[in-house]
Design a protein around this ligand. Structure first.
Ligand SMILES: [Zn+2]
Ligand SMILES: [Zn+2]
Length: 86
């Protein structure tokens, strides 16, 4: 099951489970649409491709809630000019 991380690993923007702006790699590294585009849709952690995260229906979220554990990439993202510390 997808973890559905609550934020972009680069810029820490909120990415709720219903967000269409969330992209993930095969390891579920999670990024927003802006960062993903800046990184040419390639994950900076594993070099895999980034694809839009499927939306989990609200009814399914009741039994399988999204993760609330925020993950941030150490040192920020090399391919993004978004500052994670702002
Ligand atoms: Zn971002
Ligand atoms: Zn990755």
């Amino acid at each position: 099951m997808l973890t559905l991380r609550p934020n972009c690993e680069c810029c820490d923007i909120d990415l709720p489970p219903e967000s269409t702006e969330a992209l993930i790699c095969t390891f579920e590294c999670t990024f927003c649409a802006i960062c993903s585009k800046a990184m040419h849709y390639q994950c900076p952690n594993c070099s895999g491709n980034l694809a839009q995260r499927p939306i989990r229906p609200t009814t399914a979220l009741n039994n399988n809630p999204a993760s609330t554990e925020r993950v941030l990439k150490t040192g920020g993202c090399p391919h993004s000019n978004v500052n994670p510390n702002k």
